[in-house]
Design a protein around this ligand. Structure first.
Ligand code: AHR
Length: 319
């Protein structure tokens, strides 16, 4: 009898230890841990890839995921986070629409003892209000893109800029990074700049207006993301010029459509901004549940890709 009790104890210890080693998949009540994911919107290929990465990783690790798409409305994100708190989730993943305005609801999450991990974008709030930020260096992305533009234009270009969502971290910092470099070159001038809201349709509409106004005076289009670049390519072609040739086009993200545009000769270079943040997001929450700390920024590793290397790489792209 005694042997059986010891054996049972050992089995229970192994099971419990395994669960703990896997980041305590069990909630306090012994059930599955529950994670709330507030996604800012679902209107671009990049966003779909990020959402899929989070959903797949939650399923793989055995967590229940409560997903909310805010449809690009910050108030919807704040309401979703309040709902997650009311439901007593064990952790929150937040991909914020903009940098400001999340302070009060992050305070509420903190008071409820629920760790919040920021995905892909930072918020301009006290660092104590989130566990960590997992995402790219947007200033670096802008700087690296500008260095390529300088190299490929010989330091002389009239530039049209399609900006991302106003007030979003990537919009602010991609512009800052790009200007950090081109401001060193007097013949590199941004002659037009407007938001296309990271959106393919809006990016095309803004580019159509730019072409109408200055079509024959634009040498380069700098797009804060690939979706707007795809729209800009369509606008340039419909205007009667050759994208990638008559007007060079540069973009950030690295979605498969952008690689195809480079293969087609329409897009000149891409700086990557990986959306595949699910694994790191849950690693961070598990660290929080174990009572550990992480740096306030877990930076993504991103690549830089030129038109002439796209054909060899496109089949291997994960998003
Ligand atoms: O925060 C990352 C940015 O958000 C991506 O570059 C863009 O495609 C998305 O909307």
């Amino acid at each position: 009898m005694k042997r059986k009790v010891i054996a049972l104890f050992l089995i229970l210890a192994v099971v419990a230890g395994t669960a703990f080693a896997n980041g305590q998949q069990e909630a306090a009540d012994g059930g599955k841990k529950v994670v709330g994911f507030s996604q800012c919107d679902s209107q671009q290929a990049w966003r779909w890839a990020e959402t899929e990465s989070v959903k797949q990783e939650a399923a793989k690790r055995g967590y229940e995921l409560k997903y909310n798409d805010a449809q690009a409305v910050q108030a919807n994100q704040i309401a979703a986070i309040r709902s997650f708190i009311a439901q007593g989730v064990d952790g929150i993943l937040l991909a914020p629409q903009v940098m400001t305005g999340f302070g009060p609801v992050l305070e509420e999450a903190k008071e409820a003892g629920i760790p919040v991990v920021l995905l892909d974008r930072l918020v301009a709030e006290d660092e104590d209000l989130f566990f960590t930020f997992i995402g790219s260096d947007f200033v670096w992305e802008g700087e690296e893109m500008a260095k390529i533009v300088v190299e490929e234009t010989g330091g002389k270009a009239r530039i049209a800029e399609l900006q991302g969502t106003p007030g979003a971290d990537p919009t602010i910092d991609r512009k800052k990074g790009f200007e950090n470099v081109i401001n060193e070159y007097p013949d590199m001038q941004i002659i037009l700049s407007q938001t296309g809201d990271f959106n393919r349709t809006k990016g095309k509409e803004v580019m159509e207006a730019f072409m109408k106004a200055e079509g024959n005076n634009i040498d380069v289009i700098y797009c804060h993301n690939d979706d707007m670049a795809i729209g800009a390519i369509q606008a340039v072609r419909e205007y009667g010029l050759e994208p990638g040739q008559d007007i060079k086009i540069y973009s950030i993200d690295g979605i498969k459509d952008a690689f195809q545009a480079m293969v087609d000769g329409d897009l000149n270079a891409v700086v990557e901004c990986t959306p595949l943040l699910g694994p790191q997001g849950f690693d961070a929450l598990e660290a929080a549940w174990r009572g550990e700390t992480l740096p306030k920024w877990v930076m993504s590793e991103d690549g830089i890709f030129r038109m002439d290397e796209a054909a060899a790489l496109i089949d291997g792209r994960a998003y």
